[in-house]
Design a protein around this ligand. Structure first.
Ligand code: SF4
Length: 233
């Protein structure tokens, strides 16, 4: 059980919690604006032992509330369940970040009761052509929709977060309005796009949304009385 990298403590990756963030290499999407190029492409090997990382925290459980597993896309890693089980067996909570492409894997983790929080990225409005453009591949949009529906209806014991990164040319105000409708009353977060280390170099030079534009988008999210945060990554 190995991961590509980790951050010992983060206040940003699980709202209200201090978490250790584990990065798994590899992703099934190729979002041109992806800010984790090498992880998405699987260029960084998963070589750091999860058991060793957990050991660091075992005697100091109060340091962190739990582990966030992110990527890349964690659900493409065949050892994901083993890693989560190991963390849970050591008494820590687990959050997983996903692009929503593998509903059955998420469903199974929830069914097994080994996951405390799921955060799913909704890249743009759920239109095939827009989604393919946002993700750089032909996306199985039905699978993403299935994950969203499952998370909208999941038992309250599992915390659910929906998130969108505000990339100009990928997601605009109208897209945010559509997403806000889709996620109903669940927590919805918008994140600022920082152009660095992108998969497609073109996105290193795109004009990012201004603070004024972000505030305008934020207002739409606020109007729906949904949980909202703008985080600079
Ligand atoms: S932004 Fe896209 S390509 Fe990058 S890790 Fe997430 S889903 Fe994969």
């Amino acid at each position: 059980m190995f991961v590509a990298d980790y951050i010992e403590t983060s206040l940003l990756d699980w709202e209200g919690k201090i978490s250790c963030v584990l990065f798994l290499s590899g992703c099934n999407f190729r979002c041109p604006w992806c800010q984790n190029r090498d992880l998405a492409l699987g260029k960084i090997e998963n070589r750091i032992s999860v058991v060793d990382i957990i050991k660091k925290f075992k005697s100091k459980k109060n340091w962190i509330d739990g582990f966030v597993i992110t990527g890349g896309e964690p659900t493409v890693n065949p050892n994901l369940k083993k890693i989560i089980t190991e963390i849970k067996n050591n008494g820590f909570k687990v959050k997983i970040d996903t692009n929503g492409s593998n509903p059955d894997i998420i469903k199974n983790l929830i069914y097994e009761g080994i996951i405390d929080c799921v955060a799913i990225d909704i890249k743009t409005s759920l239109d095939k052509s827009k989604y393919n453009n946002a993700c750089g591949i032909k996306v199985d949009l039905d699978a993403v929709e299935r994950t969203i529906d499952m998370l909208l209806n999941v038992d309250k014991s599992v915390e659910v977060m929906f998130r969108t990164t505000l990339v100009s040319g990928i997601v605009d105000i109208e897209d945010v309005k559509e997403i806000v409708k889709r996620v109903k009353d669940k927590k919805y977060y918008i994140q600022k796009f920082i152009s660095r280390n992108t998969l497609d170099e073109k996105y290193l030079n795109i004009e990012t949304y201004s603070e004024a534009k972000i505030q305008e988008i934020r207002k739409i999210v606020d109007e729906k009385n949904i949980k909202r945060v703008v985080v600079g990554l």
